[in-house]
Write a protein that binds this ligand. Structure first.
Ligand code: 5RP
Length: 235
């Protein structure tokens, strides 16, 4: 995960607008990725300036480390119980606010945290807004155990759904397998277009060894799209 430098004006604009929604006393989920990192920096600044009292859970070790380095205390989701709001990035956002997430390999924790929140707010730059999901390869987290079998079963499921022949690529970090915070592998599915995300989500969830896929359907309540001139649009 990239550490934020607050240099991307579109991501910064979205982050500022999302952090403006934070109220004193809230319990928050903090997302993962370059946009979420900028948001964490903006949030830390606001907490310092306004002496806000917040409780926060992170969606990845990387985010927890960044937040703590900025003086924010991170607790576990179970310590917090339920969250008022989660602010996270996304790889794609469609007009129905369905998402692809997991480009940073954290979609398992991200989905658990978002599902345990009253509200999920997505922050993104305009490049993430799409008419149809699928140009971004769909991340699927799978157990290391029997991972080649899971890969075959995913290929078979794609055939059954008439999605055709697609690569099911193991994500690497350098030349080594990418291992998630939960100790699993990630497969990336370059599908091009996903006409029926719900059908695909159900099929993937039914495959033994699949821990979580990156389709977030009906979970996002608000998407804040930042623009490079510092303005935002809300979807
Ligand atoms: C991590 C994610 C990220 O939110 C997503 O990949 C967007 O990242 P970035 O803001 O760096 O483009 O889902 O698992």
């Amino acid at each position: 995960m990239s550490q934020s430098t607050q240099t991307d004006p579109a991501k910064l604009a979205a982050s500022r607008a999302a952090v403006a929604l934070v109220q004193d006393g809230m319990k928050l989920g903090l997302g993962t990725g370059s946009t979420a990192s900028i948001m964490v920096e903006v949030l830390a600044e606001r907490v310092r300036n306004e002496d806000l009292s917040l409780r926060m859970a992170a969606t990845s070790r990387a985010t927890a480390e960044l937040a703590e380095s900025l003086g924010l205390k991170i607790e576990s989701l179970d310590e917090l119980g339920w969250l008022d709001m989660t602010i996270d990035g996304a790889d794609e956002v469609d007009p129905d606010l369905h998402l692809i997430k997991g480009g940073g390999g954290a979609h398992l924790r991200e989905k658990v945290v978002a599902a345990a929140s009253d509200r999920m707010v997505v922050i993104a730059d305009p490049g993430k807004v799409v008419d149809q999901l699928g140009a971004f390869p769909l991340p699927v987290e799978v157990l290391q155990f029997g991972f080649e079998s899971s890969r075959k079963l995913i290929r078979r499921a794609l055939h059954k759904l008439d999605l055709g022949d697609h690569d099911v690529l193991q994500r690497l970090r350098g030349s080594e397998p990418w291992v998630t915070d939960e100790g699993n592998f990630i497969l990336d599915l370059p599908l091009g277009a996903i006409a029926e995300p719900l059908r695909l989500a159900r099929a993937l969830s039914a495959i033994p060894g699949v821990v979580e896929h990156g389709l977030f359907l009906g979970m996002c309540d608000l998407a804040i799209i930042g623009k490079s001139d510092g303005s935002v649009i809300e979807l």
